[in-house]
Design a protein around this ligand. Structure first.
Ligand SMILES: Cc1cc2nc3c(=O)[nH]c(=O)nc-3n(C[C@H](O)[C@H](O)[C@H](O)COP(=O)(O)OP(=O)(O)OC[C@H]3O[C@@H](n4cnc5c(N)ncnc54)[C@H](O)[C@@H]3O)c2cc1C
Length: 397
């Protein structure tokens, strides 16, 4: 059994940025676990592009040195917008090597708490006792598979996060369900891989980003107007973007206002650069699936307009539903002690849960601090807020 002041679970953008900031606190012992950028590498498709803009794609660094600009310069390879996923993964790993060369890649099997603090058990059985634990485990555990597809095996229907390489679908008929970026980009990549995709969208229109109004505001009104209307964090439309960039302010708004602003800021939408790539892909708007039945090694799908098709596979671009009790590494007693609302932990300042000393970063923090926390650009806020909280001391365990 070893000890540490803080254990950080996760080496994605949130865990990396948090550890890098915590290292600024003199004498604080921090141990961080996880495979760097594993979600980006193992649950997002090859050939994907990031939707966030340049400033919003920077992982927070307290010294402002581990930037995309310096990554480019050091690696001698020009980066362009939209940023391709493989380059972003390289950037994240470069960040990790510079800031956390001592990262421990072992998996955490269990986190429990008792009167002495937190006990973290690693996959190989080693245990660490700490005063604080910071969870930055991302959304991988929350992939949402709607119940109407429960009867289908994963060979016939799978969540978009289950696929990295689409080549195996060449020549196959595939239905992509959903009108957000994951479903639309999967359909484009499927088509480009030789598959025959069709997209089914429940709503009557697709929200394409960077439309005429947004383009005008971004490019024609000049730097000053742009910086007044849009924060560098790039979450939310003109004006609202500034509020989304300030989670401490947003936190104090009445719940119905917060919920409306969140919905407006992160509604399902597709990047404009997908429009051309989807020109040859049929998109059925205002339609939903009413039944699915296994038909040999294919699946028969009936839509609400009565039409039927038999396809080889269904891609569920149905997003993620946060529910922290699904984090398998949380001991049941600890999971039950975290106050939640609809699966989201209720967080205080410093992203601290109702269990003193237990912090949760990233998308689970959206209910308390707004949608900024589901994007890379939220690492600036969470790392600083966490570091302030831990540096201030006070009750933990
Ligand atoms: C298809 C898709 C496209 C996206 N595009 C963008 C975009 O363009 N821009 C943007 O800002 N955001 C985008 N996002 C959101 C993006 O996922 C988050 O911004 C980001 O990954 C959150 O980082 P994180 O550190 O919280 O989690 P992750 O990046 O998921 O990292 C989780 C870390 O936890 C580790 N871990 C998990 N369990 C354990 C365990 N038991 N023990 C040890 N380690 C563990 C993992 O190994 C990993 O290191 C996209 C999401 C999806 C699904």
């Amino acid at each position: 059994m070893t000890t540490s002041d803080v254990v950080v679970l996760g080496a994605g953008p949130y865990g990396l940025a948090a550890t890098n900031h915590l290292k600024q606190i003199k004498g604080l012992e921090v141990r961080t676990f996880g495979e760097p950028m594993s979600f980006w590498e193992g649950s997002m498709p090859v050939g994907m592009f990031l939707r966030s803009n340049w400033t919003a794609t920077q992982i927070a660094d307290p010294k402002h040195v581990l930037t995309l600009e310096n990554f480019q310069m050091e690696c001698g390879n020009h980066l362009h917008l939209p940023v391709p996923i493989d380059r972003f993964v390289q950037y994240g790993k470069w960040y990790q090597r510079k800031a956390l060369p001592d990262l421990d890649r072992r998996q955490i099997r269990r986190i429990e708490s008792d009167s002495k603090g937190f006990r973290t058990t690693l996959a190989d059985g080693e245990q660490i006792v700490s005063k604080r634990v910071v969870i930055a485990a991302g959304i991988g555990s929350f992939a949402w598979r709607p119940p109407e597809y429960a009867s289908l095996p994963s060979e016939l229907a799978s969540h978009t996060s289950s696929h990295v390489d689409f080549k195996k679908f060449a020549g196959k008929q595939v239905l992509a369900i959903g009108g957000g970026q994951s479903s639309l980009e999967s359909a484009a990549l499927l088509y480009e891989s030789g598959a025959i995709p069709e997209v089914i969208v429940r709503s009557h229109k697709i929200n394409w980003l960077q439309g005429w109004a947004s383009k005008t505001l971004h490019h024609r009104l000049g730097q000053f107007t742009r910086s007044v209307l849009y924060a560098p964090t790039d979450v939310g439309p003109a004006g609202i973007s500034q509020l989304m960039a300030r989670p401490d302010l947003l936190k104090h708004l009445p719940r119905p206002v917060k919920d409306r602003l969140r919905k407006r800021s992160v509604r399902p939408a597709g990047a404009r650069w997908l429009v051309d790539r989807l020109r040859n892909v049929p998109i059925r708007l205002g339609r939903s699936v009413v039944s699915v039945t296994v038909a040999g090694d294919r699946v028969k799908v009936r839509l609400d307009d009565g039409s039927e098709r038999t396809v080889d596979h269904i891609f569920l671009g149905t997003g993620y539903r946060i529910n922290v009790s699904k984090y398998e590494f949380l001991g049941p007693e600890l999971a039950n002690s975290i106050r939640t609302f609809n699966g989201y932990p209720i967080l205080a300042s410093g992203l601290e849960t109702s269990v003193p000393g237990l912090h949760i970063l990233g998308a689970p923090g959206v209910w308390s601090f707004g949608p900024l926390l589901q994007f890379v650009s939220g690492t600036h806020y969470t790392s600083q807020a966490l570091t302030r909280r831990i540096a201030a001391g006070g009750p933990s365990r």
